[in-house]
Write a protein that binds this ligand. Structure first.
Ligand code: GLA
Length: 367
């Protein structure tokens, strides 16, 4: 009710300063995909209606020089054909669910299996491959987009009609805020996140091994060889997984730690010390000493997946012309822990009718 009222007000009172879409390309079936340029507080973004994809995100370095720090393409085709989730919204479930199977209220569910024997990032046609409805807004000094997608009962094997709304806001300070919301008409599981590949020196400029990363987490969730959490919350102390104090990502990458060998690098969930919080709290800081660019991430989620771009293999060419090789970008995905539906000891990802799933992640940029 509140939604429909505010929508009609917004449509009739569309403001001149609201973001305006451009045609980006067409899907094979003729569906038009739009690009939405956003700019505020010194941050510039391009967002696609396909997958809610952040196609680019530009911020200045310490000399005011802009660069795109988020890997992306300049045409729709590679997004459809070969994108490893560049910049995309991930749903219904961020990261893996073992064997694409879980049981809820005694009912077994079989999901789309798209990663070996497991289900990854919502299955073969997850939220990253869906066309979202996009509504632009300006509110006070904020500029942004409201993206909505309704996932049918049974889509990719998940129970319940899931109504998802994701709001991208650029603030007057140039922060990028993501608010995720979802409701369901049947008990289900949900874990939404964003899959931006960061390279603070510029997409396509080379390795991120010199970026300094800190993660406010004393434990992480070790995985088996299929990258499914074993269930253990292991201390990071004395391991390459200790990012409590900032260190270059490359420092411990070649130590031969069995967890790094199995994942070809970092591809793990960190258990944030703050746990689930009512408001977003600090989770991680990424800093590029060369450009001076710094990204800080705050969230109310209990976990953070740090993926060091292990599967980038030099076969993809970005919008700026550079190719992407292993370790040329990293992802910091705020989330509940992977495979939560199969680990009763993990914080729950169950959503029931009448409840609203709500999480927020804030990206703050400095140079
Ligand atoms: C996530 C996963 C990785 C990989 C990437 C995309 O970060 O944890 O294993 O699938 O997405 O390639």
């Amino acid at each position: 009710m509140r939604l429909s009222v505010s929508l009609s007000v917004r449509l009739s009172a569309r403001r001149e300063e609201d973001p305006v879409k451009e045609l980006f390309g067409k899907l094979a079936d003729g569906t038009e995909i739009h690009n939405w340029p956003l700019e505020n507080g010194g941050t510039r973004m391009n967002v696609l209606s396909y997958g809610g994809i952040v196609r680019s995100l530009e911020i200045p370095d310490r000399n005011g020089q802009y660069a795109n720090v988020s890997l992306g393409f300049d045409r729709i085709e590679p997004y459809v054909d070969s994108s490893p989730y560049f910049g995309a919204l991930i749903g219904r479930f961020g990261n893996r669910i073992a064997k694409g199977a879980f049981t809820l209220d005694g009912e077994p569910y079989a999901l789309s299996v798209d990663d070996g024997e497991n289900s990854l990032h919502g299955g073969a046609d997850g939220f990253d491959r869906r066309v979202w409805d996009v509504e632009p807004f300006t509110e006070g000094t904020d500029v942004g987009l409201r993206l909505s997608y309704t996932s049918a009962d049974g889509e990719m094997g998940y129970p319940g009609t899931l109504r998802a709304q994701v709001t991208y806001t650029l603030t007057a300070e140039g922060d990028w805020r993501i608010d995720y919301e979802a409701t369901t008409d049947k008990a289900t599981v949900v874990n939404l996140t964003s899959h931006v590949y960061w390279n603070l020196a510029g997409a396509g400029s080379g390795t991120i091994e010199g970026h300094e990363l800190s993660i406010a987490a004393s434990r992480f969730t070790p995985t088996d060889t299929g990258l499914i959490p074993t269930g253990e919350l292991a201390p990071v102390e004395g391991t390459p997984f200790d990012f409590r104090t900032a260190k270059p990502i490359g420092r411990d990458l070649r130590t031969g730690h069995p967890q790094l060998l199995a994942a070809k690098g970092y591809d793990h969930n960190w258990v944030l010390d703050k746990g689930i919080t009512a408001e977003p709290e600090h989770a991680a800081t990424l800093h590029d000493p060369v450009s001076g660019r710094t990204l800080r991430i705050a969230t109310n989620e209990p976990g953070l997946q740090f993926y060091s771009g292990n599967f980038l293999d030099g076969t993809l060419v970005g919008g700026g012309g550079g190719t992407f090789r292993q370790g040329d970008a990293l992802c910091l995905e705020t989330q509940h822990y992977p495979d939560s539906p199969n680990h009763p000891s993990f914080p729950s990802t169950v959503l029931r009718p009448g409840e609203t799933y709500r999480t927020t992640t804030i990206h703050t940029f400095h140079a």
